[in-house]
Design a protein around this ligand. Structure first.
Ligand code: ADP
Ligand code: MG
Length: 263
């Protein structure tokens, strides 16, 4: 059974794109077919996957706004996964989408046509709760929230949770929180441990046991257009994202034993 996850947090710089790229590559390394949807006009996930955002003839913008066939825009990457790429054109989509009826449904409709080709679809969201993010939350089964364990992180989280609740009551009643991911994790910092304990208390099993450490290789890899697994597979960052991919898949088996047997 395939799954669509939105990687979201309206805060910038928390590791959404890093998680999208490296989780995609790690799932691909375990022989899963993966599509990464770049829904941020900055196109960082596109570039970080080795696809030049400035040379795109067709991008996710065309798919959302001009109804170009989704498969025409998809590019295969060296990381072993596919990308539905984005660039600055997507900035205009935010306004142009408002002209459509069912404007929240555009991405869901676009992904329906390719969904069966993939085990996982991961959507990289922009750092805001705008119409693009609403499209992502409408198109996905679950949400993965990367966060840094710092004081203000929790404050931002409540705005995100209330948006998720609104979407549940509006376009996607089955939307759920797939997982909370601690990124740039530094256990030597006492505030990190406090926030971590609060997250554990609040989210219980929804909090991934895998933490992504602060690791310079993860920051370097995008400038080479590679996931960290292809850049330095021995690095702590690469190992952590492989562990996350494994944890994610174990959870699914545990959550749906019957499907796991027949599938
Ligand atoms: P977002 O997509 O949420 O804005 P990014 O994934 O782009 O966040 O990460 C923000 C910055 O932090 C980037 O420069 C990225 O390379 C760096 N970064 C992300 N995760 C890590 C990590 N675990 N260790 C070190 N640097 C990281
Ligand atoms: Mg990003």
């Amino acid at each position: 059974m395939n799954r669509v996850f939105a990687i979201t947090n309206q805060k910038g710089g928390v590791g959404k794109t890093t998680t999208c790229v490296n989780l995609s590559a790690s799932l691909a390394a375990t022989k899963k077919s993966v599509l990464l949807v770049d829904l941020d006009p900055q196109g960082n996930a596109t570039m970080g996957s080795g696809v030049s955002k400035n040379d795109l003839e067709i991008s996710v913008y065309d798919v959302l706004v001009t109804s170009v066939d989704t498969s025409e825009a998809i590019v295969t990457t060296e990381g072993g996964y596919d990308v539905l790429p984005a660039n600055g054109d997507l900035t205009a989509a935010e306004v142009q989408l408002l002209e459509f009826d069912n404007r929240e449904m555009r991405l869901r409709k676009a992904l329906k046509r390719v969904k069966d080709n993939y085990d996982y679809i991961l959507i990289d969201c922009p750092p805001s709760l705008n119409m693009l993010t609403v499209n992502a939350l409408t198109a996905c089964d679950g949400v993965i929230i990367p966060m840094q364990c710092e004081y203000y992180a929790l404050e931002g989280l409540s705005a995100l949770l209330s948006t998720i609740e609104q979407i549940q009551g509006y376009t996607n009643p089955k939307l759920y929180i797939e997982g909370i991911l601690r990124t740039m994790y530094d256990p030597r910092n006492s505030l990190t441990n406090d926030v971590s304990a609060q997250l554990s208390h609040h989210f219980g099993e929804r909090l991934y046991r895998t933490c992504i450490p602060r690791n310079v290789r993860l920051a370097e890899a995008p400038s080479h257009g590679l996931p960290v697994l292809a850049y330095d597979r021995q690095s702590k960052g690469a190992i952590a994202y492989l562990a996350l991919a494994a944890e994610m898949q174990r959870r699914h088996v545990a959550a749906s034993p019957v499907e796991a047997e027949v599938g």
